[in-house]
Design a binder for this molecule. Structure first.
Ligand SMILES: N[C@@H](CCC(=O)N[C@@H](CS)C(=O)NCC(=O)O)C(=O)O
Length: 232
């Protein structure tokens, strides 16, 4: 049995972490049996982040490593219908979501006050005093430093939104009229795309990035399709 260790649900999506939602969506796309262990503290993971899984007594961290390990060990057929170009395209979509659009989501949740005022009570409201007065500011400052190091944190809001618009337009164009990023059937890139896009489009958070993402009708329909088919 696979145990998925991840944050609790929040903001009307199964997980507020795109990476946690990516892994759980992947498990569902593959029709695998799994159970969920809810954690609040990412430092409990082998790499200090969530998600991680327990598989045959082994702890495996990082959504990309988890998907790769499960695909190889269980010989999963999810991407078998893709040719070499299709596999390259799937990887490019996954990387766009995991390594670029994700950081823009973090920017508008954590750095901008509008997002921060919405996430702070949900992420930190359960902490006992005096932690609830100390931890939120420290966590926000660490994220600010991390985004500055990553690079996107150095841009102003308009520049960040321009990057996001480009990413969302690219995803919309890549999807085209197909039901899934894998074409007529889903592939592993759909796990990454849904993990991120559901957190922008179906999520109850309201930030400039959430509002921007909801302007892309094909991506809205995509999220609703995935939700209805795999999360109902
Ligand atoms: N590359 C990792 C990233 C995981 C990640 O950044 N998780 C975030 C939540 S979305 C986390 O645990 N952050 C806690 C921290 O950095 O302290 C993956 O794909 O799983």
């Amino acid at each position: 049995m696979i145990t998925l260790c991840q944050f609790p649900a929040a903001f009307n999506v199964p997980n507020p972490s795109p990476y946690c939602l990516k892994v759980e969506t992947f498990l569902r796309l593959c029709g695998l049996d799994y159970r969920v262990k809810t954690l609040f503290d990412p430092r409990k993971g082998p790499k200090g982040k969530l998600p991680f899984i327990q598989l045959d007594g082994e702890l495996i961290a990082d959504s990309a490593v988890i998907l790769r390990t499960l695909s190889e060990r269980l010989e999963l057929p999810l991407d078998r219908h893709l040719d070499a170009a299709g596999r390259g395209r799937a990887l490019a979509i996954t990387r766009l979501c995991d390594e670029h659009l994700y950081f823009l989501l973090v920017y508008f949740r954590w750095l901008e006050d509008e997002g921060w005022h919405q996430i702070k009570p949900v992420f930190f409201g359960g902490l006992p005093a005096p932690l609830k007065w100390l931890v939120p500011g420290l966590a926000r400052s660490n994220i600010r430093k991390a985004l500055h190091g990553q690079g996107l944190g150095r841009h102003n809001r308009e520049e960040a939104l321009t990057f996001a618009r480009e990413d969302l337009q690219a995803l919309s164009d890549l999807l085209g009229a197909a039901p899934f990023f894998g074409g007529v059937q889903p592939c592993s890139a759909d796990a990454a795309a849904y993990g991120l896009l559901a957190n922008l489009i179906l999520c109850s958070l309201d930030t400039p990035l959430n509002r921007l993402a909801r302007e892309f009708p094909a991506l809205v329909a995509y999220c609703e399709r995935l939700r209805d088919k795999f999360w109902a």
